[in-house]
Design a binder for this molecule. Structure first.
Ligand SMILES: [Zn+2]
Length: 87
């Protein structure tokens, strides 16, 4: 396995971003992917890129976000509990 170059068109700043995915990063993604394309988050300047990578680490679509964190994990658990149907 060698490093793989990913090309991202960033919609937040209009730049074309070249990201070199190392062998180590590829191993981590392969090991932890729940589904494909696997969303991977990369920080770019003051915003984040959500890159959807397929099994061959090709970019299958990118989203951009300046939102960092809406809720702490405990709050999210409460939101999920509120949506559970009554027993
Ligand atoms: Zn950007």
């Amino acid at each position: 396995m060698t490093s793989t170059k990913i090309i991202i068109n960033c919609r937040a700043c209009g730049l074309r971003v070249y990201y070199e995915l190392s062998e180590q990063e590829q191993k981590i993604i392969k090991k932890s992917a729940v589904y494909w394309p696997c969303p991977v988050i990369v920080k770019h300047r003051d915003h984040f890129l959500v890159i959807h990578l397929d099994e061959n680490f090709q970019n299958r679509g990118t989203e951009t976000s300046k939102v960092l964190l809406l809720h702490e994990a405990e709050d999210l658990e409460k939101l999920v509990e509120d949506k559970k149907p009554p027993k």
